[in-house]
Design a protein around this ligand. Structure first.
Ligand SMILES: Nc1ncnc2c1ncn2[C@@H]1O[C@H](COP(=O)(O)OP(=O)(O)OP(=O)(O)O)[C@@H](O)[C@H]1O
Ligand SMILES: [Mg+2]
Length: 316
């Protein structure tokens, strides 16, 4: 067992930031803690990293008693890392290496790993947000820890930065590292985690394997594929499908769409319409229907049922 958490509780005055949290993380898992802002994710990570003192409850890493020796096997990024603005990436990592008691010879290796080797002489303040985030990952990787604890590792990144960090996490997971990751993005958890614990207002709502939890809690498994289990139908009888659609004459397109029985809602965007359907009507059918009405579609794409929205609904 990598980590066993028993009934950890943290209160701030009358606010219970984490209430009786219990979970287990096994070797090789990518364990996600999913929850909206303020649900207690960082508080929970803070407690297991010994940064935040719990009011009650216990935890143990690697089936052993608490002790500093274990910390060597755990690399972490907990919210904003403290790097020195004016120092280079390399110097910042030297400081981190000194603190962690890791030889400097490991620095180039981790910089290469996060694709920052060429920038090692550059000052931290000249880094983009994505590069800063990757440098925190590099610091967490110093000493080649068995376990990584990451708090919102893609927060604030642009789509390219998000992909880079996710790919890095995935490749680390593929090498067998155990990863514990907090995120408010369901989509992120779905993409990279094997296991998930869902939190809301300090409480654990559900926990288990990602595919099972996401299917039972969020009805994610099958909406686009047609066949649904009865359980999903009852859980999820208000399924909707979203498409983004455009034509040269947007208002004409909108008028025609309004007449279609399976169109629930049309939202105007800048150059497109966001259309919500209550049936899974294929692109080719839509294309054909519109073509018959004299409208040539200039754009038609499906939007995956917005996971974040469903997540918000369930944790509301
Ligand atoms: N030092 C503190 N003092 C007082 N309240 C705190 C403190 N730290 C956290 N809290 C409160 O505890 C609750 C949980 O906060 P926490 O940071 O763990 O949430 P989170 O799930 O990490 O949220 P986010 O997604 O915004 O990072 C919040 O209501 C927060 O305001
Ligand atoms: Mg947080």
């Amino acid at each position: 067992m990598i980590l066993k958490v028993n009934s950890l509780t943290k209160k701030y005055g009358s606010l219970i930031a984490a209430n009786n949290i219990s979970f287990e993380v096994e070797e090789g898992q990518v364990f996600g803690i999913l929850g909206p802002n303020g649900s207690g994710k960082t508080t929970t990570l803070g407690m297991i990293l010994d940064v935040t003192a719990q009011d009650s409850g216990t935890y143990s890493w690697f089936d052993s008693e608490a002790g500093s020796n274990q910390r060597k096997h755990i690399g972490s990024i907990l919210e904003t890392p403290n790097f020195y603005q004016h120092l280079s990436a390399e110097s910042n990592l030297k400081i981190a290496a000194l603190i962690k008691d890791v030889p400097f010879s490991h620095i180039d290796e981790v910089l290469l790993r996060v694709n920052l080797l060429e920038r090692k002489k550059h000052a931290f303040r000249t880094f983009s947000l994505g590069m800063k985030q990757r440098l925190s990952m590099a610091a967490a990787l110093l000493g080649n820890p068995k376990v990584l604890v990451l708090d919102e590792p893609t927060n604030g990144l642009d789509p390219q930065g998000i992909i880079e960090v996710r790919e890095l996490i995935q490749s680390l997971a593929n090498e067998g590292k155990t990863i514990i990751i907090a995120s408010h993005l369901l989509d992120e958890i779905e993409k990279i985690c094997t296991n998930v614990m869902v939190m809301k207002q300090g409480n654990v709502l559900a926990a288990g394997r990602v595919d099972e939890i996401l299917a039972s809690q969020f009805g994610i498994a099958t909406p686009a594929k047609g066949t649904k289990s009865t359980q999903q139908q009852t859980n999820n009888n208000q399924e909707e499908w979203r498409i983004e659609i455009a034509a040269d004459d947007l208002s004409l397109l909108e008028k025609e769409l309004e007449l279609l029985p399976f169109v629930v809602k049309i939202e105007k965007r800048k150059d497109t319409l966001l259309v919500i359907l209550n049936e899974n009507i294929g692109n080719s059918i839509l294309n054909k229907v519109m073509f018959e009405k004299g409208i040539v579609l200039s754009h038609l794409s499906r939007i995956k049922k917005t996971l974040e929205q469903q997540f918000l609904e369930i944790t509301k």
